[in-house]
Design a protein around this ligand. Structure first.
Ligand code: BGP
Length: 471
């Protein structure tokens, strides 16, 4: 539809930016923090670990002052479970509570709305040693952790996100560290873990509503539109399959409390169906999120399965991500889209499509919690970073968000990835996303000083004009 006039971004739109604890904080073993699965994970060769990251733990005041200067209305960050409970459960670490109290208070000092992810990939290692998400005790540990977060922070935190990208943890479990990479046939285990995470999420949602009537809580998966490679009906079925397995399995459960039928048939066919105990489905049905948060980077394109390994397509630049599953769908290229330096397709229109799809399916407010461009930024003389490619990427996505709002999507906020440079999940610090440059290399920590990129000044104008000035 070509509109004569576009709607404006809503008045209290949450213009924000995002990070996650393990990627930005550093201080991996300070002030009583316990080990997480990330701390013990082997990093791909040539990439940094997360021990220092952007050193935000020690520099949060400086970082938040910069966020305030940029005009952020919201900051989406995650709490490291292992700072609060070093062993996942048991004794609370007071220093951990103190750190997040300080961080939240610092944000509020500048009227920046804290948006808190409760769990972003960094499961306590002590829980992992007892089976992690395969063990139902982890559900109780998460509920207990959630209770502690609400007790300590919900007087100031209104927006809560349960689990970051649960779907990626299940679909790429060996890469993210949810299961042992040497395990044979991990999928069945992963779908059991998925069931437990869904229960943990439902319990946290329920508890949030009981304990903090003014708070809002939602899931935060990675959701993207799936295109068929052609108009061939079999390609359409393949796209539908993959969308149900990749996207709707997670959101149908979060919103409607039921397993998506196509995803369930897939699990049956493959022998992945989880064990469901009596009472589980009631718990899942009983929890309703207030909004849907989601991360969006790029769409995916798929074709009819050929039924063999030719279906599998490795995503360029990513060591672990393979798209395509024999008998279900085949990975395909999209000739209409350009790629980033790291081989991710750039698809702003797909962002609008995704927003429209989620809106139509669930009719809930939507919050974008990640979107951005990973690139090799160059620090030039005079502390200049000309990241025009990032501005271009974000501008095009914001334009499409405006169109989606005009389409009727109830979009309440946009938090690009990332507020500041941090260590990427797969490709170290050289793959940068931030508005603020952190002066360090993969292994040389240099002075870690903060430098405003060109995109910093640009985003500041976007925010102060409430999305009207994108130049
Ligand atoms: C999402 C994660 C983030 C972040 C981002 C970029 O999947 O939620 O933690 O890492 O992707 O991915 P990468 O760092 O691999 O480029």
């Amino acid at each position: 539809m070509n509109y004569k006039k576009l709607k404006n971004f809503p008045k209290n739109f949450l213009w924000g930016a995002s990070t996650s604890a393990y990627q930005v904080e550093g201080a991996w073993n300070e002030d009583g923090k316990g080990l997480s699965v990330i701390d013990v994970k082997e990093n791909p060769e040539g990439t940094s670990d997360y021990k220092v990251a952007a050193d935000h733990y020690h520099r949060y005041k400086e970082d938040i002052a910069l966020m305030a200067e940029m005009g952020l209305k919201a900051y989406r960050f995650s709490i490291a479970w292992t700072r609060i409970y070093p062993n996942g459960t048991g004794e609370i670490n007071k220093k951990g509570i103190e750190f997040y109290n300080n961080l939240i208070n610092e944000l509020l000092k500048y009227n920046i709305e804290p948006i808190v992810t409760m769990y972003h990939f960094d499961l306590p290692y002590a829980l992992q040693q007892k089976g992690g998400w395969s063990n139902r005790e982890t559900i109780d540990a998460f509920e207990n952790y959630a209770k502690t977060l609400f007790e300590n922070f919900a007087d100031r935190v209104k927006y809560w996100l349960t689990i970051n990208e649960q779907n990626m943890m299940i679909l790429h479990g060996t890469a993210i560290g949810t299961v042992d990479p040497n395990m044979e046939n991990p999928e069945k285990e992963l779908y059991q873990q998925n069931h437990h995470m869904l229960l943990a999420q439902a319990k946290a949602i329920k508890l949030c509503h009981k304990m903090c009537p003014n708070a809002k809580i939602g899931p935060a998966p990675n959701i993207v539109s799936i295109y068929p490679a052609s108009s061939k009906p079999e390609d359409i079925i393949a796209a539908h399959n993959w969308s149900s397995i990749r996207n709707w399995l997670y959101l149908d459960m979060a919103v409607f409390g039921r397993y998506n039928s196509i995803a369930w048939s897939y699990m049956e066919e493959k022998g992945y169906t989880p064990t469901i105990l009596e009472g589980d489905m009631e718990i899942l049905k009983d929890a309703k999120p207030d909004f849907i948060a989601f991360n969006y980077y790029s769409t995916e394109t798929v074709a009819e399965s050929k039924g063999n390994d030719l279906d599998k397509m490795s995503r360029k630049g990513d060591q672990h991500i393979v798209i395509g599953e024999p008998g279900v769908y085949a990975g395909a290229l999209n000739p209409n889209l350009q790629e980033t330096d790291f081989g991710w397709f750039i698809d702003p229109v797909g962002f609008r499509t995704t927003l429209r799809e989620i809106n139509e399916r669930y009719n809930l407010p939507l919050l974008v919690t990640e979107n951005g461009l990973g690139a090799y930024d160059k620090l030039e003389e005079g502390d200049i970073i000309n990241d025009d490619y990032r501005i271009d990427y974000l501008r095009k996505h914001i334009e499409q968000a405006k169109l989606a709002i005009t389409d009727g999507v109830n979009l309440i906020g946009y938090c690009p990835w990332s507020a500041i440079d941090l260590v990427s999940t797969h490709q170290g610090i050289r793959k940068r996303y931030g508005f603020i440059y952190v002066n360090r290399d993969e292994f040389d920590l240099k002075d870690l000083r903060r430098i405003k990129k060109k995109s910093f000044y640009w985003y500041k104008k976007v925010i102060s004009s409430n999305g009207e000035n994108l130049e």
